[in-house]
Design a protein around this ligand. Structure first.
Ligand code: NAD
Length: 301
């Protein structure tokens, strides 16, 4: 039976460390760290994610604010609010919540964020730093997965890894981080032929396809490490019940075969939020030119 890579537990530890670090350095830093989340439209899932992020900020001492634009907002209106946040000294981090509803141009909005405040790591400058292996703000989900793997004692050096999905948000940065940790990485996508064959070769599987239950027991080799990034809302089956989340992996089928597996919920999701907090504190520290200390919990670059 696989060991569970427990994202809730690790995220709670990171939160405790960040809370202590913020409290310790508040006297010399004048202001607490500040995160602004720009939300556009009324996508209900985005609403839940934005609320979760704001609550997590509150737990560690980051001041958060949500700038909520209607779905009818113009490109110029959203750009102006990003420019204002760029110039606001009490704002250390800016996150533009995805997905951005059409016809708005997501690329232009992400490009408008000051790279020093780009806590989602999606600005081309930060993506370039990632590719070059230079320090910088990293995409939260892949960075969270690296932390989870390190905490689970997974030796990535020389490991055969398969990343399913090639989005800029998850798949691409994930593949780069794994490569930098000396894994041998294959990236699969919607046009990959015989995905099952590639899966069976992998010693580490990171599944970020956005397809519920894509990977089942017959696709995995015994002893594989499985990281499930997928997040799909399952509505309540009966009245009075609560809905739940499921991933891209058939958890019950894969758990008996794998050596390690992330649950959904409680795996990658909490680590994504923890990395957002970590990036915000990192940006706060860097923007104050080293006024605050360097004693944050060591996490992957
Ligand atoms: P995306 O839609 O941008 O990208 C999906 C990728 O998967 C694409 O590159 C596509 O080519 C590939 N793909 C699609 N179907 C495939 C198939 N049948 N076989 C192989 N490849 C296939 O999605 P994303 O933003 O990368 O997110 C992926 C999933 O991860 C979604 O379910 C999303 O909700 C979830 N997610 C979770 C977190 C978290 O914190 N847990 C964070 C971000 C995204």
């Amino acid at each position: 039976m696989a060991k569970r890579l427990d994202g809730r537990l690790l995220a709670a530890r990171h939160e405790a460390s960040l809370r202590a670090s913020i409290a310790q350095h508040l006297a010399t830093a004048d202001d607490p760290p500040g995160l602004a989340v720009v939300r556009i439209g009324d996508d209900p899932a985005s609403g839940v994610y934005v609320r979760n992020k704001a609550q997590a900020c509150g737990r560690v001492g980051i001041e958060s604010r949500i700038i909520h634009h209607p779905a009818t907002a113009s490109q110029q209106e959203v750009l102006e609010s990003i420019h204002q946040l760029n110039g606001n000294p009490s704002c250390d981090g800016i996150l533009v919540q995805l997905p951005i509803p059409p016809p708005l141009d997501a690329r232009q909005l992400l490009l408008a964020v000051d790279p020093a405040k780009d806590v989602d790591g999606l600005h081309p400058l930060n993506l370039g730093r990632l590719v070059r292996g230079e320090p910088g703000l990293r995409s939260c989900t892949p960075a969270g997965i690296m932390a989870l793997l390190a905490h689970g004692g997974i030796a990535l050096d020389g490991m055969r890894a398969l990343v399913i999905g090639r989005s800029i948000l998850v798949g691409q940065p994930m593949a780069i981080l794994l490569q930098q940790a000396n894994a041998t990485v294959t990236v699969a996508h919607s046009r990959t032929r015989d995905l099952a064959h590639h899966c069976r070769q992998a010693e580490l599987l990171v599944v970020a396809a956005g397809k519920p239950g894509l990977v089942g027991a017959d696709w995995v080799r015994p002893g594989v490490v499985v990281v499930d990034v997928g997040m799909h809302r399952v509505p309540p089956q009966r009245q009075g019940e609560q809905g739940t989340l499921r991933g891209d992996v058939c958890f019950e089928a894969v758990e008996p075969l794998a050596s390690h597996v992330t649950p959904v919920p409680g795996g990658v999701g909490p680590m994504t939020v923890a990395m957002l907090l970590w990036n915000t504190v990192q940006a706060w520290r860097l923007r104050r030119g080293g006024v605050v200390g360097t004693d944050l919990a060591p996490l992957p670059r």
